[in-house]
Design a protein around this ligand. Structure first.
Ligand SMILES: Nc1ncnc2c1ncn2[C@@H]1O[C@H](COP(=O)(O)OP(=O)(O)O)[C@@H](O)[C@H]1O
Ligand SMILES: [Mg+2]
Length: 259
């Protein structure tokens, strides 16, 4: 698997997106995210945040423009190579997309099992992470029996547990109270310190202001990087650095994708 070239995890160049024959919902989006950066993606409802994230995790193709992911032009990357790129991305979907026939435990374990981790390691880390987000007593519960906030925590745990290279989260704290929202933001920051590039879409500007970090701003499909964001925001964390904190232990590197 090639490493991202010139330290860029993802680059957009004059990207436009339309759904079907509709108008462009994203227009001339140009930015690049350095490896190890942390950004909020902000803008009012309908601005195109979810659409931009869908392009980033390859659920949609752009109508025009160039997208480079981990150093590869996705338009010319063979289809068979896309799943491997996709597996390096952790996604927190706005609608969670948990597997309802599996327990919370098995949902969160999935990325570690796919990566071939040993079952006793899987068990240890999944229990530890679910406990940390406050779901210790619900590891065996199926998603439909959990509240919206609890399902959101399971979705976040599943997205971060394999320590992806890129973490994309779509309104990840929309169903969670402020105190827990900050706790989860801290989890994303710890993941970021271990080298993961993080993009969090939110319309919660209060959260953005309190947590800090750079902003990518969308307004009616038009894109603006806040001052100092184009190119670089925040210093890239050294990949593979181990701080030895709780979250470091919680966030396991998945086999073959640690560095
Ligand atoms: N699947 C879709 N089909 C058609 N239009 C869509 C679809 N998803 C989003 N849109 C439109 O794209 C625009 C941006 O939506 P979205 O990306 O969901 O914004 P945000 O996440 O910022 O609220 C809106 O006008 C929305 O109606
Ligand atoms: Mg959205």
């Amino acid at each position: 698997m090639p490493h991202e070239e010139n330290g860029r995890v993802i680059e957009f160049e004059n990207v436009g997106l339309r759904y079907g024959l509709g108008p462009e919902v994203l227009q001339d989006v140009t930015f690049s995210l350095p490896a190890g950066s942390f950004h909020f993606l902000v803008g009012p409802s309908g601005a195109g945040k979810s659409s931009l994230l869908r392009l980033m995790y390859l659920a949609l193709k752009p109508s025009r423009g160039l997208i480079t992911l981990f150093g590869r032009d996705i338009a010319t990357t063979p289809r068979r190579a896309l799943p491997a790129l996709r597996r390096r991305i952790g996604v927190v979907f706005q609608d969670f997309r948990l597997l309802n026939h599996l327990s919370a435990f098995d949902n969160v374990a999935l990325p570690l099992r796919v990566a071939g981790n040993r079952e006793d390691d899987v068990r240890k880390h999944v229990i530890e992470l679910l406990s940390w987000v406050g779901l210790k007593d619900h590891v065996g519960a199926r998603p439909p029996t959990l509240s919206g906030g609890q399902q959101q925590k399971v979705a976040i745990a599943r997205a971060v547990i394999g320590r992806p290279r890129l973490l994309l989260a779509d309104e990840p704290t929309g169903n969670i109270d402020d105190k827990m929202a900050f706790r989860l933001m801290h989890l994303f920051e710890e993941l970021n310190k271990l080298g993961t590039t993080v993009v969090i879409a939110t319309h919660n500007e209060a959260l953005v202001a309190r947590v800090g970090h750079g902003c990518l701003r969308l307004d009616q499909g038009h894109f603006a990087a806040e001052p100092g964001i184009e190119g670089v925001s925040g210093s890239p964390a050294p990949v593979g650095r181990t701080a030895g904190g709780t979250r470091d232990r919680l966030l396991r590197s998945s086999a073959g994708d640690a560095a």
